[in-house]
Design a protein around this ligand. Structure first.
Ligand SMILES: NC(=O)c1ccc[n+]([C@@H]2O[C@H](COP(=O)([O-])OP(=O)(O)OC[C@H]3O[C@@H](n4cnc5c(N)ncnc54)[C@H](O)[C@@H]3O)[C@@H](O)[C@H]2O)c1
Length: 343
């Protein structure tokens, strides 16, 4: 990653009073008429100064913009993976509505761009669409680099991108099993590796601040899932990573927690009229006696004590709790309507 990535978070925290009141954008390698010039060793002299631009010797120029946004998380920078649709899109929208600058990071480039435009228009939020394959090391580094060069740091990282490839032991292929593991499990490691570097730098600049890594896990990370072991195994593994990252990163004020939603029955994964799970399960005769998509839906709703599928707002309530609380890390928070209860 270019040097500017490691300098931006420090400038943001030295110039502002903690996260929240400035955005730091990297303009370029040259000194383009900046108000202040410093070396990377003397960046801390910028503390609470009101300069609008700064040149860091041998690194380049940075523009510092005061924020006028309001909201519970005003001025925080959030990156949400897999946010072109589904839970991720709802989470990105929620964080923008609470004042965050949001990076919409997804493999689906046009979907991410559309989401970024819509969210920006709706909430007046700073947004950035980034194309990423979360299972690819270089691509994840690129995502982190773009987020930091655009907004100056990362305070909230939501590891949401995930895929399902269901199937029995007889049906499952090595390739499908490995793909699920790469996207749901290995990618979480890659993202935590590069995102935590930035969060540590912010903490160095301001020992008071705390940041959040949040994994969108699943109820299938808490109990086995019949003929869906590739997914459940990757999600169980995700909780092992969450607990271990939490232990390693606690000294840096980085909380690491997982959210385990129940079935998002209104989301595209289930409800897509052509390839959604309702249609697939109906065609496969998975639910005995089901004759319509509605029958399949009712079958899944009946498994939930609170009688309905999980919604984006349920997950966002959990996100809000995780960010606001300052005394919990390494936890897996069920959001399942009572379908899974912790012992
Ligand atoms: N849908 C559910 O019922 C449900 C329930 C519990 C947990 N979850 C979890 O919630 C998360 C989101 O699920 P969803 O149903 O909203 O998913 P979705 O399929 O609607 O959206 C997933 C998004 O991730 C993107 N994506 C997929 N692979 C990617 C990759 N390699 N790199 C970057 N982006 C990639 C897709 O383009 C898509 O935009 C997942 O981690 C999933 O396991 C979903």
């Amino acid at each position: 990653m270019v040097d500017a990535v490691f300098i931006s978070p420090k400038i943001r925290y030295y110039v502002g009073d903690g996260a929240g009141n400035v955005t730091v954008r990297y303009i370029g390698a040259e000194n383009v008429g900046c108000e202040r010039a410093v070396t990377s060793d003397t960046i801390c002299t910028l503390r609470k100064s009101d300069c609008k631009s700064v040149y860091v010797e041998n690194v380049g120029s940075f523009e510092i913009t005061p924020l006028c946004r309001q909201g519970e998380h005003a001025g925080k920078v959030a990156v949400v993976t897999g946010s072109a649709q589904g839970f991720g899109l709802g989470i990105a929208e929620y964080l923008a509505s609470k004042g965050c600058a949001v990076v919409i990071a997804d493999m689906n480039e046009s979907g991410a761009a559309a989401a970024a435009d819509n969210i920006s228009a709706k909430y007046g939020a700073d947004t950035l669409a980034v194309k990423v394959n979360v299972a690819d090391d270089e691509s994840v580094q690129g995502m982190v680099e773009k987020a930091v060069l655009a907004f100056g740091g990362i305070d909230i990282f939501v590891n949401n991108a995930g895929i399902v490839r269901a199937g029995s032991l007889d049906e499952m292929t090595y390739d499908s099993f490995t793909l699920v593991g790469n996207v749901n499990y290995t990618a979480y490691f890659l993202c935590a590796k590069y995102v935590s570097k930035i969060m540590k730098l912010q903490r160095e600049a301001n020992p008071e601040i705390m940041s959040d890594i949040i994994e969108i896990n699943s109820k299938s990370g808490l109990e086995g899932s019949n003929k869906n072991f590739a997914y459940a195994g990757s999600k169980f593994g995700g909780i092992g990573l969450t607990q271990s990252f939490a232990l390693e990163l606690a000294p840096y004020g980085i909380k690491v927690n997982a959210i385990c939603p129940g079935n998002f029955l209104d989301g595209p994964l289930w409800s897509d009229p052509e390839k959604g799970l309702f249609v697939q399960y109906l065609r496969a005769g998975k639910i005995p006696g089901a004759e319509t998509v509605e029958d399949v839906r009712r079958h899944y709703e009946s498994k939930v004590p609170l009688g309905r599928g999980c919604r984006t707002e349920d997950v966002c309530t959990a996100i809000s709790y995780i960010i606001n609380q300052k005394y919990e890390t390494g936890q897996a928070l069920p959001v399942t309507g009572g379908q899974v209860m912790l012992n």
